[in-house]
Design a binder for this molecule. Structure first.
Ligand code: DIR
Ligand code: MN
Ligand code: MN
Ligand code: MN
Length: 308
């Protein structure tokens, strides 16, 4: 694969400072080396800069940093479109908070549509990030990217016009365990598949994921994986501003990544919400890099050499 590392040091969408250090932490944790050791070609394209701001005012007084996040969205949609060109392209967006997905999802959706393919999204997160600009109560814009990307109303005139939308029927969310009431109402008829932690506990992650991957394969789709650090249990991933108890375990997360690699369907990745200021000696950054390495082909067990 042609791995293209793209830093997106956006932190204006999160409720606390620190995500702007995310791309540096991923680099320090050895992300390029981990991919190169697996035999991939790796290019670090550096960090994206937001487009110039224009003043914006909105009726929802809770909104924080709307012009800044709108500027990042425009810049990242362009960066995602460009970095996804070519048959072996594997853009990897190093966040930065999850508002960056407003840009990556819509830029990648435009690329897919150019190719005559459909974009599918595996959303690994404690949260659904399905607020509109009107419904968010916290005002933190990392809570809106999936609503924007799937074309929910109310973004026009504030966020840039989306270059393309993601079909909500092509979205599967796993790990969900914190949903605000307004999001829940909107999700009910959205077409999005949601596997919350209850479902994962009850059925296990493998059959749920396998069913989604089969749909992607049947449609010859492109698959984008958006991995929010808070998908993981806070016990193994403390470096995030929005920890929620009861997250995915080390093995559940690695199993997902290994199954994704086996299918060969993944064409792009977001690594988001890493807050190095809150991390414990880099362990969350290192875990995220290890998960990416599993997704890109690293094997924990080499079965043929086992003698028992
Ligand atoms: C909550 C938390 N739904 C909000 N959202 C996120 O503020 O809108 N936390 N994305 O990581
Ligand atoms: Mn998120
Ligand atoms: Mn989250
Ligand atoms: Mn549809």
């Amino acid at each position: 694969k042609q791995c293209r590392l793209i830093g997106a040091p956006v932190q204006d969408g999160a409720g606390r400072l620190g995500c702007e250090m995310g791309p540096s932490a991923f680099r320090t944790a050895g992300i390029a080396r981990a991919l190169a050791d697996l035999g991939h070609s790796v290019t670090d394209l550096g960090n994206v800069s937001p487009v110039p701001l224009r003043p914006l005012s909105h009726g929802n007084a809770a909104l924080k940093c709307l012009p800044e996040v709108a500027g990042w969205t425009a810049a990242l949609a362009g960066a995602a479109y460009e970095a996804s060109a070519g048959p072996d392209a594997m853009p990897i967006f190093m966040g930065g908070d999850h508002s960056l997905a407003a840009g990556t999802l819509t830029g990648l959706a435009r690329r897919a549509s150019d190719m005559g393919r459909e974009l599918f999204v595996l959303w690994l997160d404690a949260h659904t990030d399905f607020h509109t600009l009107d419904s968010t109560e916290s005002g933190n814009l990392h809570g809106v990217p999936m609503a924007y990307a799937t074309g929910r109303p109310g973004f026009q005139g504030y966020f840039p016009p989306a270059p393309a939308h993601v079909d909500p029927h092509n979205v599967c969310m796993m790990g969900i365990r914190s949903v605000d009431p307004a999001e829940q109402r909107a999700l009910e008829n959205s077409g999005i598949t949601i596997h919350d932690m209850r479902k994962i506990d009850e059925f296990g992650i493998a059959p749920l994921l396998r069913a989604f991957l089969q749909r992607v394969a049947d449609a010859n789709g492109l698959l984008h994986v958006s991995l929010d650090v808070d998908f993981l249990d806070p016990g193994i991933a403390p470096g995030v501003g929005t920890t929620v108890p009861g997250g995915a375990t080390f093995r559940e997360a690695h199993l997902i990544m290994e199954m994704l690699h086996d299918t060969g369907l993944v064409s792009s990745v977001d690594l988001v919400e890493l807050n190095p200021f809150l991390d414990d000696r880099g362990r969350t950054a290192i875990l995220m890099v290890d998960l990416l390495a599993s997704l890109m082909g690293r094997r924990v067990l080499d079965y043929p050499t086992r003698s028992f």
